[in-house]
Design a protein around this ligand. Structure first.
Ligand SMILES: Nc1ncnc2c1ncn2[C@@H]1O[C@H](COP(=O)(O)OP(=O)(O)OP(=O)(O)O)[C@@H](O)[C@H]1O
Length: 254
């Protein structure tokens, strides 16, 4: 199995706080990999380091065979490594489709040349239609985000990342705030991504979602990997159970 993303000895610090310590991670192409852990375990810090939003103090990040450890976020995105955010910041005065169109525009010389040659409305249209379809949003393409349920707005956040045609999408808590039905709906869309050529690294507290959609799961606690394996192995792992029960009882949904 080819590794699309491999992370070696990643360390992330904020001043004197070590949020991620010596983490190795492999995301094989065509898989959905879960990254879970109690509050403060270092999940978002890991995503920030992998996408270039916070420079790691140690370690390497290799994507599609290239060392991207020092690459800026937009250059990683251009190579096909994109993320979603915990809070969905959509443009409320643009339609769902327009929100995706904005995301699908790639900046740079090629974009400028296309601006000269093509009407703006045609840019990225195929990618946007594809992302809308994948997330079951085609019927609300012309609606404003404020007209949608919280669950569907979260899906717009996912679709916005997909409209960039990523090879790997890192999702930071896409199920936060969703009810059970919305989470199941999201899971169906996530599970369909590998066959569309999109590999997924999924961070979420919704254990039902993570254990049902992921091929493998990595568990962090206090910035370190404490377990990795199939959902079945993780479900029965003593260290994982202890991490979630010991001192983290506030995570009733996990
Ligand atoms: N900007 C920051 N400055 C200082 N410390 C930070 C910063 N961001 C995160 N931390 C600390 O780093 C550790 C890991 O935080 P992080 O947000 O990565 O965890 P998490 O697993 O994503 O948590 P949650 O599930 O609550 O989102 C925590 O101790 C947190 O307080």
């Amino acid at each position: 199995m080819t590794a699309l993303l491999s992370v070696d000895a990643l360390r992330v610090t904020y001043g004197g706080v070590t949020a991620v310590n010596d983490v190795d991670l492999t995301v094989p192409e065509g898989k959905v990999v879960g990254l879970i852990g109690p509050n403060g375990a270092g999940k978002t810090s890991t995503i920030d380091a992998l996408t270039g939003y916070h420079a790691p103090s140690h370690g390497t990040v290799v994507f599609a065979g290239d060392d991207i450890t020092s690459l800026r976020p937009h250059l990683r995105a251009r190579r096909g490594l994109v993320r979603t955010w915990q809070s969905v910041e959509l443009f409320d005065d643009l339609t769902v489709e327009e929100n995706l169109l904005v995301a699908s525009q790639r900046m740079g010389v090629l974009q400028a040349l296309r601006d000269l040659l093509l009407p703006i409305a045609t840019h990225g249209r195929e990618d946007v239609d594809w992302a809308l379809e994948l997330c079951g949003l085609t019927d609300v393409a012309d609606r404003l985000p404020t007209e949608l349920s919280h669950g569907r707005r979260k899906l717009v956040g996912v679709a916005r990342a997909l409209a960039q045609r990523p090879r790997l999408v890192l999702m930071d808590e896409p199920a936060a705030g969703l009810d059970t039905d919305e989470s199941i709906e999201l899971g169906k869309h996530l599970r369909g991504l590998p066959e569309q050529g999109v590999t997924v690294l999924l961070v979420d507290h919704d254990m039902g979602l993570v254990l049902s959609v992921c091929d493998e799961v990595v568990v962090l606690d206090f910035g370190q990997v404490i377990a990795r394996g199939t959902p079945e192995q993780i479900r029965n792992d003593d260290a994982v159970v202890a991490a979630y029960l010991g001192g983290h009882k506030e995570e009733s949904h996990a």
